[in-house]
Ligand binder design. Structure first.
Ligand code: GLC
Length: 446
């Protein structure tokens, strides 16, 4: 069993040199993306700049993320302060179907949050890659995170939402005066939320069901001509879509390759190593792979076991295991029973926990790699301070994740520079950011 542990450890712990190589390749891809050359980091312009913090008013924010839809009525106080007036959430019951199966229930749900007889500007955060033509228009380039609604790829998602709102407004009168005034990726929303209260914030990061970053770029660094930015004309926020970074092919394990081959989402190689949608599945593939080689976990794939089913073992289970710090891992044993593994030996459970830690640890280290590469792209000698606003269930909820990401940053940036890149968690940043962007879009730049 020790031999298998050593092999797994080596596979999931890329050397410091190979991580340095990834940082370099990540930066090359950012450069190519900004110049509109073929790149696995698309750098989609969002046509908006950071807010000043002085934007004010009441807005509706709609956040369509990995698994939850949230609607929030937000009051921006104009001094960097945000007040949440109303908030509601629901879980999507499906991730495929027709476009109307996605947008009609969302429109109806928004109607339930709004007051009758008022008009609202709505900011829409959509946590998928869109090719934007303006601050309130964007075509979905491809579904990610295993979503598969038909008739959405290639179409303007703000228009699809507007059509569903119009359909539902016939019966839900509160929807009659809602207009979709801004569309943004969730990472752009997080960045806007961070920057609303702290002008040093120039990066937004999501580590949840999916993973991705947004960055504020001085327009002089952009090698292609783009229409004007709403807000500050000298900068542009870019949705990087760096979950699609394919430089990590060089550190893929056989398990990553199997996961990729069996996935419905094309590409997204970095995301498949990092995000909550996939970590449980990687662990499952390791466990079943070792089991079939006779290296432990021999009886873990019995008829009732979740380890038989793709995606049966989830990242939430991984979190539960990380919380179990007992010597014999009795809590893990109980969880395994519930997951259909009749008996497990303490040694097997220890190896299992170690695998979970290695998979989660690599994820945090790859997040640190993405932050290190992006901050040093926009500021090679780290002369200014950068705040990285972060949101997402994995970053928030996985025990020890934030510390591991921080340790990774220390490894990559060094002790002398680490103070220049501060990671700051912002709760509901993506949703609130939609309201802030709607405000920037409405107010312009003073
Ligand atoms: C996926 C999506 C991206 C989103 C991220 C986090 O990577 O493609 O648009 O920002 O998930 O939700």
């Amino acid at each position: 069993m020790n031999d298998s542990l050593k092999t797994i450890e080596d596979l999931f712990t890329p050397s410091t040199e190979s991580v340095a190589g990834l940082i370099e390749e990540f930066q090359n891809e950012i450069r190519r993306g900004l110049n509109e050359d073929n790149s696995s980091i698309a750098m989609h312009p969002s046509y908006v700049s950071r807010p000043t913090g002085r934007e004010a008013g009441e807005f509706v924010a709609l956040d369509v993320g990995g698994s939850n839809v949230r609607a929030t009525v937000v009051e921006l106080a104009g001094d960097g302060m945000v007040r949440v007036r109303r908030h509601a959430a629901f879980r999507l019951s499906r991730i495929d179907g027709e476009a109307a199966d996605l947008f009609d229930p969302i429109a109806e749900f928004i109607g339930g949050v709004l007051e009758e007889g008022r008009s609202y500007d709505l900011g829409f955060t959509f946590a998928f890659p869109t090719d934007q033509a303006a601050v309130n228009q964007g075509r979905l380039t491809k579904w990610t995170k295993e979503f598969a609604f038909r008739g959405v790829e290639g179409n303007d998602v703000a228009a699809l939402l507007t059509q569903s709102i119009a359909r539902k407004a016939e019966t839900v009168t509160a929807l009659q005066s809602v207009s979709v005034t801004a569309l943004a990726n969730d990472t752009v929303g997080v960045l806007a939320t961070g920057a609303y209260s702290d002008a040093r914030c120039d990066l937004g990061l999501i580590v949840g069901t999916g993973t991705n970053m947004a960055v504020a770029v001085d327009r002089r660094l952009v090698g292609r001509s783009l229409p004007p930015t709403v807000g500050n004309p000298d900068e542009m926020l870019f949705n990087m879509e760096c979950g699609n970074f394919d430089g990590v092919r060089s550190i893929q394990t056989p398990y990553d390759r199997t996961l990729d081959t069996e996935s419905d989402s094309e590409g997204q190689l970095l995301e498949k190593m990092v995000s909550g949608r996939y970590l449980g599945e990687i662990v499952r593939l390791v466990v079943t792979g070792l089991g079939s080689d006779g290296n432990g976990f021999s009886d873990w794939s019995g008829p009732n076991s979740v380890f038989r089913l793709p995606y049966g073992f989830t990242t939430e289970h991984l979190s539960d295991i990380a919380y179990d710090e007992s010597d014999e891992l009795a809590g893990t044993g109980m969880l395994l029973k519930r997951l259909g593994v009749g008996t497990s030996e303490p040694d097997e459970r220890r190896l299992f926990k170690k695998i979970c830690q290695l998979v989660a640890g690599r994820s945090a280290r790859m997040v640190a790699m993405s932050i290190a590469a992006t901050t040093t792209y926009i500021d090679p000698r780290l002369e200014s301070q950068h705040v990285i606003a972060v949101d997402g269930s994995l970053f928030r909820g996985y025990p020890g994740y934030q510390l591991e990401a921080q340790a990774g940053l220390q490894e990559m940036l060094g002790n002398s520079s680490i103070e220049q890149a501060q990671v700051s968690y912002v709760r509901d940043g993506s949703g609130i950011g939609a309201a802030i962007i709607a405000a920037v879009a409405g107010a312009g730049f003073p």
